[in-house]
Design a protein around this ligand. Structure first.
Ligand SMILES: [Fe+2]
Ligand SMILES: [Fe+2]
Length: 334
């Protein structure tokens, strides 16, 4: 177990500065090396390039270097930690959060192909890579639920069905909206407004806010307690993949607003829809066993959203700030 600063203290410290050596370590480390990388540094790394967003070809080349083999992970120590060392309350909290991902990774994998149709050729390379990343993340969670949590099933869908009872209905908020938005893009793949609405929900909210917040909560718990090394390794490598997805997505939104400043309304309206539908919670997620309070998770959300929009030069409307400060911490991810 390592010494732990409270999440509030870490959040108040504000942005970290990464040295060139740290950036090189995050970008180039092999899968085994990922276990020794601090998750807070990887989350900082997501923001590193947001001010000077890398182009899609650069992101595609990074993907070729960073992709990892999900079948290289060995979950045997995770099984010992899960069954013998974690408390019932810790397992319950963990699974309430992780199940959003178990379903979320698979959903973003299948909703992404329609977004490729209206994209530039360079962006298509990046999206093709992202689809493969999301497929790998789906396998990662399938393995974790089978081998560590102990769910049974003949195929991926059967294991998903077995974890569905842990998914809070708030999961269907952003993900239900994404299914609808993907259908809109499927019918009109070149409709830029529909693409911006889809991109706001998927790349900014689901990946940029929800996924990174859940990564920070579960991975800082695993690091603090010294538990679940294969989960830590695979999900931190997933976070590095998400940095490319978020950077590509923010580049898309930034360019869309530069081409047509009225696109900001699509971004704001999408955020209003998401925030208005959050907060309906019949299955509450308890963060305390993982070392977080509700207020800390809420603060993390706000910080994640504001930083991304600031860095790409998109302002939040005052009524959205207000909705955000009232929103329940609702976690799911992709
Ligand atoms: Fe992603
Ligand atoms: Fe993912």
């Amino acid at each position: 177990m390592t010494e732990r600063k409270s999440p509030t203290a870490v959040l108040r410290e504000g942005p970290r500065t990464l040295t060139e050596d740290q950036v090189r370590e995050i970008e180039e480390t092999s899968l085994e090396g990922v276990l020794h990388v601090d998750i807070d540094d990887v989350i900082e790394y997501v923001h590193k390039d947001l001010k000077s967003l890398p182009d899609y070809t650069t992101l595609y080349r990074r993907y070729l270097k960073q992709r990892w083999d999900v079948y290289d992970l060995d979950f045997s120590q995770d099984v010992v930690d899960w069954t013998e060392k974690m408390t019932e309350a810790e397992r319950e909290s963990f699974i309430a959060i992780a199940s959003g991902f178990h379903h979320g990774e698979r959903q973003v994998e299948i909703e992404l192909p329609v977004f490729m149709i209206g994209a530039s050729e360079e962006e298509k390379l990046h999206i093709a890579a992202q689809i493969e990343d999301e497929a790998r993340h789906t396998v990662f969670f399938d393995r974790f639920y089978r081998e560590v949590v102990g769910l049974r099933g003949d195929d991926i869908m059967a294991v998903l069905d077995a974890s569905f009872s842990w998914v809070s209905e708030t999961f269907v908020g952003p993900f239900g909206l994404l299914a609808y938005q993907a259908d809109e893009v499927r019918r009109n793949p070149y409709d830029e407004r529909a693409r911006v609405r889809y991109g706001t929900n998927y790349f900014l909210w689901i990946e940029g806010v929800l996924a990174l917040s859940v990564m920070k909560v579960t991975l800082s718990y695993a690091r603090w307690r010294g538990f679940l090394p294969a989960y830590y390794t695979g999900f931190t490598a997933t976070c590095r993949d998400e940095s490319r997805h978020v950077q590509g997505g923010m580049r898309y939104l930034q360019q869309a607003v530069r081409k047509d400043p009225t696109m900001i309304n699509e971004i704001h309206n999408t955020l209003r829809t998401i925030l208005a539908s959050s907060g309906v919670v019949s299955r509450r997620i308890y963060y305390e066993p993982l070392g977080w309070t509700d207020e800390e998770v809420r603060l993390l959300f706000r910080q994640q959203l504001r930083r991304k929009l600031n860095d790409v030069g998109i302002d939040l409307a005052p009524d959205i700030e207000d909705m955000l400060s009232r929103a329940q911490p609702v976690l799911a991810g992709g």
